[in-house]
Ligand binder design. Sequence first.
Ligand code: SDX
Length: 374
Amino acid sequence: MEIKKGLEDVYVKETEITYIDGELGRLYYRGYSIYDLAEFSNFEETSYLILYGKLPNIFEYENFVRSLKESRSISNGLREFLKSVKKDANPMDVLRTAVSIMGLEENTHVYSISDQSIVNLISKFPTIVAYYIRLKRDLEPVEPDPELSHASNFLYMVNGSKPSEEESKAMDVAMILHMDHEMNASTFASLVVASTLSDLYSSIIAGISALKGPLHGGANYEALKMFREIGDVDNVEKYILTKLSNKQRIMGFGHRVYKTYDPRARILKTYAKLLAEKKGGEIKKLYDIAEKVEEIGIKYLGSRGIYPNVDFYSSIVFYSLGFEPEFFPTVFASARVTGWIAHILEYVKDNKIIRPKAYYKGEVGRKYIPLDSR
Ligand code: SDX
């Protein structure tokens, strides 16, 4: 009997949503290359594609965009909650709890995945995150602007000013690239909950909880902390060698499936470079350190198939767009919520409760001894 630790190489379902070619470093959403989607699509269109399996026609697209825009604002209950949260809370805890409140505000006794709950989740994640960011900065929250696209509006609510063309495009691409990744830990976590026919909000909360971890969606935050810790390009090789000799991991490197460069990291690197050159200062310095870490990391780890992953350069992109590092995982979650929902919709069509086994290796039939005789 073989234990498949971490369920490595275990298939839990068939899917038509995402295909990852880990050897060649290629990624496809519903058969479309992410290179094409990053260049030609946007968050709304790719969300529709991932959820419903096809690129929308103009009517479907406009309808979907309108439904997302109409649902962006958050309830008074959520506003009161966010105002009550301590300023040094973990933003993923804030998001997770806010989604719990959304579930409470919607009738979650009956198991059904309504189109409105799908739209609510996708449209409100950015508003929740941005609302808390503004409160944490002691600034007035910014109400959603229906004139702006999903990605542009996210940046507008965070920074209080409309983003440039480059910033909007970088945010759109970053959200597209974070939208789905087949059976990653957080998608699997959300699927386990959905497979018991629990409600959609509970499943998404499981996804947020799993994504928070530094081995998964929290690695972007750790990567930026690392670049800051290194402090100078000249310190990179010594820092990396010290980490590796202490058997510590280089955050933003390595992947269960990719044994070559993560294609998302390739695309994100181009935007990180563009934004770093535009913004200069600390961001340019951090980008230069990141590039050196990439070079040195590949020098020592590349032969073992350990390369930069999505979290490596996304850290520079998110930082350049105005997010404090502790909020990076919430930006990841604001995109991945679409993927979680899509896999849930696909799985529950032919549902089977997820219940693996644990191989028992303890004793059996031990005799109970009363407490006063032990
Ligand atoms: C994401 O699954 C997904 O698709 C996830 C994701 C998505 O879109 O959903 O792509 C997003 O989570 C990206 C990964 C972000 N995490 C990090 O950057 C954290 C650092 N990376 C590692 O912890 C690790 O690479 C994982 C968690 C990503 C993958 O872990 P695996 O496949 O279980 O591999 P492993 O931990 O068993 O490591 C195998 C070997 C070990 O060495 P040995 O014990 O065999 O000697 O490779 C080494 C590891 O020490 N290793 C690393 C390393 N990653 C693996 N060594 C140094 N630095 C690293 N980053």
